[in-house]
Design a protein around this ligand. Structure first.
Ligand code: SF4
Length: 380
């Protein structure tokens, strides 16, 4: 079997950020040992029943939540179980998400010794006032320290996340944060515009007119600045929200956009196996109860028919700078990209959003900015 990616979800955080709608909760330390037991049990079942035969992992990604709030012994228990059940390719990319303020030199060393070779820090901003407004547990100095400590602990592949369009954030704030990030030893930077999601404290404040978001033109200018400044500093934009130094693109995340299978375990984790999309039970407690009672936490989320699968492949591939391969499309579906999408390609090219080469179609920089217009054209 071809190597696959494994995602493990850790649904715990030290406190809940005001904008967050991820499957994570604060104040649930008492659930951690039971949660890790359930994770190990789900891993056993996946290895034994779902993926018979030798399964090689090309990538391992531990995300959350905040994986680094788990006690080191619990994290090591998970990693030991993964290694006992699966074999990792010799060059496997093993990423852990971390938050500054939840790591120490020794915890980072333990993670590195346990085989993690990539670390992704949720920094979001280097402005203390903005971090406070977001409800983050760290301040800018802790973010700087954490990144330097990770390097000392042996991590040579470090990523950080930054956000823009944040309450009270000015263009100057963003520029200062980016310049600060560029002084640090990071090989990968992800940038996300704030989305005010229903059900979050930010949403309530937004509804009441109490969230001081920057004007649309400012957010637009922030986006334009990021798309120019990061490449100028040597970070190529390889996906709509992701920039990396050459050779440091996230292989795990690329697999989400390349229509290749991956397995997800833990509360709310998604899997893509045999062209079927699955989603695990979302809440940590419900997930634990489900696994403890011997049931599978996995539900079918979507079983795309051929047209839906074509749309997915188009949307996901077009997120990447390399775009959608004509040969790959034909190999997957037995019909050429031109036959299915000629009109959409022509319309998007005429609007100046899409480029076509002999082998690929891809979004240009304007297309990346207005990706939704292109994706709408690719609906069948
Ligand atoms: S640290 Fe991340 S997952 Fe946890 S609450 Fe904040 S944004 Fe959500």
């Amino acid at each position: 079997m071809e190597g696959i990616g494994l995602y493990i979800h850790i649904p715990f955080c030290r406190s809940k950020c005001g904008y967050c709608d991820f499957a994570s909760r604060a104040g649930a330390e008492h659930l951690m040992p039971r949660y890790v037991n359930a994770l190990c049990r789900e891993l056993d079942v996946c290895a034994a029943e779902r993926l018979k035969g030798s399964v090689q992992l090309r990538t391992l990604y531990i995300g959350g939540g905040t994986p680094t709030v788990l006690p080191a012994e619990e994290m090591e228990r998970i990693l030991d179980r993964v290694r006992s059940l699966f074999s990792l390719t010799s060059d496997a990319e093993c990423t852990i998400e971390a938050n500054p303020g939840t790591v120490t030199k020794s915890s980072l060393e333990r993670l590195h010794s346990a085989g993690m070779n990539r670390i992704s820090f949720g920094v979001q901003s280097f402005s203390d006032a903005i971090l406070k407004g977001l409800g983050r547990v760290h301040m800018s100095e802790e973010a700087r320290d954490a990144i330097l400590l990770a390097q000392e602990a042996g991590f040579l592949n470090t990523s950080l996340d930054l956000m823009y369009g944040l309450p009270s954030q000015t263009m100057e704030d963003l520029e200062r944060s980016v310049e600060e990030a560029l002084t640090l030893p990071v090989s990968h930077i992800s940038v996300y515009g704030l989305q005010v999601e229903a059900g979050t404290p930010f949403y309530t404040r937004f509804e009441r007119g109490q969230l001081a978001l920057p004007a649309d033109e400012t957010v637009d200018a922030m986006y334009d600045y990021l798309t120019k400044r990061l490449p100028a500093a040597g970070y190529s934009r390889y996906e709509i929200s992701n920039y990396a130094r050459e050779g440091f693109e996230s292989r795990h995340n690329l697999s989400y956009w390349q229509d290749v299978p991956y397995l997800g375990v833990g509360a709310s984790a998604h899997s893509y196996l045999g062209n079927v999309r699955y989603e695990n039970v979302r809440e940590a407690e419900a997930y634990i109860e489900c696994v403890e009672s011997g049931q599978s936490p996995r539900r079918i989320e979507r079983k795309p028919d051929q047209s839906a699968h074509m749309e997915e492949v188009a949307f996901l591939s077009l997120r990447m700078a390399e775009g959608l391969s004509k040969a790959r499309f034909e190999e997957t579906f037995g019909v050429s990209l031109e036959e299915v999408y000629r009109d959409a390609i022509e319309r998007c090219t005429r609007k100046g959003l899409l480029e076509e080469t002999k082998t690929h179609i891809r979004l240009n920089s304007l297309g990346m900015k207005y990706g939704n217009q292109v994706f709408a054209e690719f609906l069948l």
